[in-house]
Design a protein. Structure first.
Length: 171
């Protein structure tokens, strides 16, 4: 897989691409190259992307980096689907259907990563969840382009995953 970007990275460095932690295998000018395992292809929304699609890119945080948002690892838990998008003034209310292996870790006002973007769950629904997108998020990410039917990478909050795993083992 290749992506055109204005990042300066070395081979072997990690870059999150739509919330998926990938290793740069080569950079030629503004083009970054990554290897994708079959499992990555099957468990992420990459298989729904087309040449020219916009993706979110993010370099990894370091111990010296200011942490803005929740901890996002780049380990996709499932693929979600946009079911509805409502304009509310200059913000967007976006409805997602999501698999149970993601929603079981979500709580109202908790965190979820959508295409690698740290967001707050504004409401849980029977089929998934809802988020609100402010204009800055719409401008800086590909989430402002979301439309019904669009597939996204979802990552549940790691703290929720650890807490639930601990509680399930205590039974």
């Amino acid at each position: 897989m290749s992506i055109e970007a204005s990042l300066e990275v070395e081979s072997g460095e990690s870059v999150a691409v739509d919330g998926v932690c990938l290793t740069v295998v080569e950079q030629r000018g503004r083009v970054l190259f990554f290897d994708l395992l079959p499992q990555t292809w099957e468990t992420t929304a990459f298989r729904y992307r087309r040449p020219g699609d916009t993706v979110n890119l993010e370099l990894p945080a370091t111990a010296a980096t200011f942490l803005s948002g929740h901890i996002v690892q780049g380990h996709v838990d499932g693929i979600g689907t946009v079911t509805r998008v409502l304009s509310l003034g200059n913000s967007l209310r976006v409805f997602f259907s999501a698999p149970r292996n993601v929603t079981r870790y979500l709580v109202n006002k908790g965190s979820v990563a959508v295409n690698g973007v740290s967001l707050t769950v504004s409401e849980l629904t029977e089929e998934g969840f809802i988020v609100e997108l402010i204009p800055e998020t719409q401008k800086r990410t590909n989430l402002g382009q979301l439309r019904p039917g669009y597939k996204v990478n979802l990552e549940a909050d790691i703290i929720g995953k650890y807490v639930l795993s601990f509680l399930e083992r205590k039974k």
